[in-house]
Each structure stands twice: as C-alpha cells, then as structure tokens.
Design a binder for this molecule. Structure first.
Ligand code: ZN
Length: 434
C-alpha cells in the first residue's frame, strides 16, 4: 500500500492522509488550515469523485473542515465517524464564523455542500470492527481522549495493520476519559503507526497545579474589583473550563456566550461514555447566565465582579473579541487564556506584547493577561510511551512543527532497543510504500 500526506506533514493544519491499496483510495481526515487572511485546503488531492471512503477522526476544523469542499468536487463515498463527531462537525460547518472563512477557499461553497456531507455520513461505534463497502478494509474506532467523539482509527488493509492515532490525549481531563494507547495490547502487531507530535518537544505542567492556578487567577480578578474574561475554544475546552468553574463561589455570576452554549448542551445530553462529569456540566449549564442576544454584550462587558466564558479561544472572531474590546481598558480586569495561541492572533499579542488589534487599530491592554496550559494533546513523555508500547514496524511522525518532530525522531534514534521502528518524518506530497 501507498501512503501520501496531503497536509499536517511538518505542520499543524489541514490533516489529510491518503492510503492507496489495490487501486482503491481512502482518506484519513479532510481538514483545512486557517492562515493569516485565508484558508488552505489539502494539497495535491485530485479526482475526489474516485475516493472509496473517508475516515474522520474528530470534529476539529483542521481535521473535518475540508469535507464540504470535497462534496463540492463531487465526493461519492461514505464518511465514517462517531455520532458525537458528526453532531459537532455539523454545528461547526454551519457556524457563520467558519462559513465565512471557508468561503475564501471556494466562493461557491454553500449550504448545499454541508447538507451533502450529511448524506454521506456513516456512524460508527467505538471498539467495534467494521468493513468498508468494497470489503477491502476492516476498521475500528478507539477513544482518543482528545475531545468528545474523537477517535484513533485502526485499519486492516492487505493483511497489514495501520493505526492512525490522530489527535490524542493519554491524560484524563475533567471532560474526557484518556486514550489508552500507552498500554493497550493489540492482538496483532501494528505495521504502521501514524502519530501526532504537537507537543513532541514539550512536557505538560502538572494538571492539578494548572487547575488551581486558573481558579486563583479568576479570584484575584474578582477580589481586585474587576471582571474576568475567559476566551475558550468551543469544542471541549469550554466544557472542561465550565466543569472547573464549579469550584467558584456561587455568588459570582458566570456568563456563557458563543458556540459553547449549544455544544455544552449537546455534550451533557450525549450517551457517549467517554465524556466525564456530565452531571456537573449540566448543573453548571443551568447555573450560568446564557447570553441570548448580542445587544446584551456591551452591558455585561462593563459589569464588575463577573466571569465571562466565550469563544473564540484566540480572540480572533466570535464574541470574545467584542468583550475584550471593552475589558482591555480596565487595569482591574483579567483576561485568562487556556489554550495554544497561534502567531498573528490577538490572543498571542495581548499575552506577549499587551497589544490588541481591532478594526485596523492598535490598543494598549491595561487589563492583566494570564495563560494556562490545558492541553488536549499528548505530551512528549506520552508520545514516547505510545511508541514504546506499540513497537510498530514503521512510525510516521506528523501533526507538529519541525522542531517537535525532530525531537521525537532524535529520541527514538537513540533508543532503538525500546523503539525498534523505522521512524519517518513525511513531507507533503511524498509517496511512502509499505
Ligand atoms: Zn484536534
């Protein structure tokens, strides 16, 4: 079989890996990459109508955002994913914020293309073997611990086993049961392991310390006479933070705004057993004030002693930008970031330079800015444990910056006794034969 990377090779974004076997073509994910002022689409991906199946790992846009574009190019094959992944993907693809960005790749991209995705979806359950319609591929979805619905995908093709770890987290969070790839034993050896390396060169701080620091930081904002803005990613992070906010005294008002509202409800109502603390999530959803109308925002942003939880997590688009516009000018306010902040985003510039950009203007940030590492990705030590446990014949390192990828490769080259694998850092467009 051949494996070709159309994205997420020596980068994070536009995850899309093609497997070609006996004239059939399969895709692992079909994501986009948001770049400054635009969107990138998987590279060198042609003859979309001849694809035989798409295996979708989870609902982040860098893994699922290209699906409507594939429909636009007359996709005719099933798209496999878990129910939660589809429920979230459907909401995100219809969300105006993403819609606008996606249109910049293809102006003709329309609601019809989103509906066409729906018609191709085939839902799968975790830990159960399935077969593709052409009967050439057997596959199983395994909890990835990354966000609700997320999966690592085990495939059996030509008698060989390929494990696409996709985005994984092997540490339990307040929201998710962890991935077990560090210790899972498979009945047959893994021939090809494809793993993410977002944090290939970094260790995560202690989780309890992060949670404690986060709550303390909120309390210092409130006790200092200010309010606290929590810009969050809608999928997963907003729910994890909401569960953590249960620790706040009940007299502190919490406002919930943006896509987090509908996603939170979806998650606590779900029957997915890998989602944890659904009862707390539901209680918190009832405890918070839901911001129902954009007109309420200006007034809320001026209040003192309140906490506002809203998308987007990097202060690029979404209601968080509107709140920040007002809140940055008060030195008693706190803006607390809880995730990765990409270059060129407001989240990054308020944290590093105390500068906020809006409507082509530059503002000095007087409010306090704090950042906490609540990662949903496996850390450096976890990646090593997974590679040691699985001892795959070949390991393809992807979904990471080049420094992170090389750090993992160098480590594995020094530990061939523990990781007896052929470790490769693929390039976009390169054809690998197995
Ligand atoms: Zn992800």
């Amino acid at each position: 079989m051949k494996i070709i990377f159309h994205g997420a090779a020596q980068e994070v974004g536009k995850s899309c890996i093609e497997i070609i076997s006996q004239g059939k073509r399969y895709l692992l994910d079909a994501g986009v990459k948001f770049i400054h002022g635009g969107v990138e689409y998987p590279k060198y991906l042609d003859k979309v109508s001849e694809l035989n199946a798409i295996f979708l790992s989870h609902a982040h846009m860098d893994h699922c955002g290209a699906l409507p574009m594939l429909e636009h190019k007359r996709l005719k094959c099933p798209i496999y994913c878990t129910k939660m992944t589809w429920d979230i993907t459907n909401i995100l693809l219809e969300d105006g914020f993403h819609l606008e960005k996606l249109r910049s790749i293809h102006p003709a991209y329309s609601a019809r293309d989103v509906r066409a995705v729906k018609d191709d979806i085939n839902l799968v359950r975790y830990s159960k073997w399935y077969e593709t319609k052409d009967r050439k591929v057997k596959f199983q979805y395994i909890n990835a611990g990354h966000i609700p619905g997320s999966a690592s995908i085990l495939l059996e093709i030509e008698g060989k086993r390929v494990l696409y770890a996709a985005d994984i987290n092997t540490q339990e969070t307040l929201l998710m049961e962890p991935s077990l790839l560090e210790k899972l034993e498979f009945d047959k050896p893994i021939d090809v392991l494809i793993t993410e390396n977002t944090y290939g060169n970094r260790l995560h701080p202690d989780k309890a310390d992060v949670q404690e620091g986060f709550i303390k930081s909120i309390m210092s904002g409130i006790e200092g006479g200010g309010s606290v803005l929590l810009p969050v990613f809608g999928v997963g992070r907003s729910q994890e933070i909401l569960i953590l906010l249960e620790k706040l005294p009940k007299n502190i008002p919490i406002y919930l705004d943006g896509a987090a509202r509908v996603l939170t409800k979806l998650m606590y109502q779900s029957s997915d057993n890998y989602i944890l603390n659904k009862d707390i999530l539901e209680d918190m959803f009832k405890r918070v004030h839901l911001v129902k109308h954009p007109a309420e925002r200006a007034k809320i942003a001026k209040q003192k002693g309140v906490v506002i939880l809203t998308t987007s997590g990097m202060l690029q688009g979404g209601p968080s930008v509107g709140y920040a516009e007002t809140m940055i000018h008060d030195k008693n306010n706190f803006i607390i970031l809880s995730g990765f902040q990409a270059h060129g985003t407001n989240g990054r510039s308020i944290f590093e330079d105390h500068v906020f950009y809006n409507h082509h203007q530059r503002f000095k940030v007087l409010a306090h800015v704090r950042k906490f590492d609540f990662s949903a990705h496996i850390g450096q030590d976890g990646i090593r444990k997974v590679m040691k446990n699985l001892k795959a014949k070949h390991v393809l390192l992807q979904h990471g910056d080049i420094d992170a990828l090389e750090a993992v490769k160098q480590w594995s080259d020094r530990h061939t006794d523990e990781v007896p694998s052929n470790v490769i850092i693929p390039r976009i467009g390169e054809e690998l034969e197995f």
